[in-house]
Design a protein around this ligand. Structure first.
Ligand code: SF4
Ligand code: SF4
Length: 66
């Protein structure tokens, strides 16, 4: 399971990048991107996805498609 960033909504503010415990978030094509193979949804580190808590844009970070 992983989260994903909706590129059309991401403002590239960068607030999510430093809070990720697995460094799954990287800049890509002018916005930010979550590497699905590295994102753990913060399981084992936090109760909730930290990027989701950090992001101010509604609907920007969502569960990735399976
Ligand atoms: S859910 Fe957690 S592990 Fe996944 S990208 Fe967000 S902060 Fe990183
Ligand atoms: S916090 Fe949200 S808007 Fe800011 S870079 Fe991350 S995904 Fe984009």
């Amino acid at each position: 399971m992983a989260m994903q960033i909706v590129a059309d909504i991401c403002t590239a503010c960068g607030d999510c990048e430093p809070v990720c415990p697995t460094t799954a978030i990287i800049p890509k094509k002018g916005v930010f991107f979550i590497k699905a193979d590295i994102c753990t949804e913060c399981e084992g580190d936090h109760d909730t996805p930290q990027c989701l808590d950090a992001c101010m844009e509604d609907g920007c970070i969502i569960p990735a498609d399976e």
